[in-house]
Design a protein around this ligand. Structure first.
Ligand SMILES: Nc1ncnc2c1ncn2[C@@H]1O[C@H](COP(=O)(O)OP(=O)(O)OP(=O)(O)O)[C@@H](O)[C@H]1O
Length: 258
């Protein structure tokens, strides 16, 4: 299986403090990887390091086998929330169409292919009927579908999603699981930052658990513990409260690092 992301002994320093301490990670094409761990363990920093948004203080990164990867249109990033505060409100179609920018040349404005891809992405996520609406009037679940549609409009090979279940109700979580399984069946690679797997669990090929900037577990996702393990727990809460590292240690059944 070809590697999409490879990190060898990756260290990241931010504001003079080392946040990631020697991460070795390989994500292969077609895998669905859950990055898990307590708040502040370094999940977002790891994603940013994979994407080259933060530099490595030491170590090596390659994307699609290249240390000098530039073809960012192949990678779609779905942030947790749309920032709809302030500014001129954009419509759903405008936001989704902005996912084509990396594929457009400076000298060629929006093409027929761009319009078609925007339409397909809106249809895939069921937001066509909202095309003319301002995104600021949408619910959290609708906004998330727009963000995924924006990423899909760029026809990426890889989707990276930051906490896609946070604050999303059970019905929309199941809808997201259906959407992602269609993408997986289509051969895409998916990297998810997750606190809980919820209905995404059957899709996950393996998990990587971080703690204090090191990988403490890889393999099958850890079992939920505490209130998240109780029957009927729907995993719709955003886990705004920090989850203690001890809870995660209990989940992965390990105290040491590797
Ligand atoms: N720009 C920055 N400058 C300095 N420190 C930072 C910066 N960004 C993150 N950190 C610190 O790095 C550590 C890891 O943060 P990160 O956001 O990667 O963790 P996380 O696992 O994604 O957390 P959460 O689950 O809360 O989103 C935290 O201690 C955080 O305070």
């Amino acid at each position: 299986m070809d590697a999409v992301f490879e990190l060898h002994d990756g260290h990241v320093r931010l504001d003079g403090r080392e946040i990631l301490h020697g991460i070795d990670l390989r994500i292969g094409a077609g895998e669905v990887v859950a990055l898990m761990g307590p708040n502040g363990s370094g999940k977002s920093t790891l994603v940013r390091a994979l994407l080259g948004l933060v530099p490595l203080s030491s170590g090596r990164r390659s994307v699609f086998g290249s240390a000098r990867f530039r073809d960012w249109a192949r990678i779609g990033y779905v942030p947790q929330r749309l920032d709809v505060g302030g500014g001129v409100p954009a419509t759903v179609r405008e936001i989704v169409a902005s996912g084509r920018i990396a594929r457009q040349s400076r000298f060629r404005p929006t093409s027929r292919a761009d319009r078609a891809a925007t339409g397909r992405a809106m249809a895939a996520l069921g937001v066509e009927h909202l095309a003319r609406q301002s995104v600021s009037h949408l619910s959290g679940g609708q906004q998330q579908r727009v963000l995924i549609a924006r990423a899909l409009a760029g026809e990426p090979d890889v989707l990276i999603m930051d906490e896609p279940l946070a604050g999303v109700d059970a019905e929309n979580q199941r809808a997201l699981a259906d959407t992602l399984s269609a993408l997986v069946a289509d051969g895409r690679t998916i990297v998810l930052v997750l606190h809980e797997l919820g209905p995404l669990e059957p899709l996950i090929t393996h998990s990587v658990v971080l703690e204090d900037g090191v990988i403490v577990h890889r393999g099958a996702p850890p079992e939920p513990t505490g209130e998240c393990a109780l029957p009927g727990h729907d995993h719709v809460h955003p886990h705004a409260e920090p989850e203690p590292a001890s809870l995660w240690r209990a989940r992965v059944g390990k105290t040491g690092r590797h």
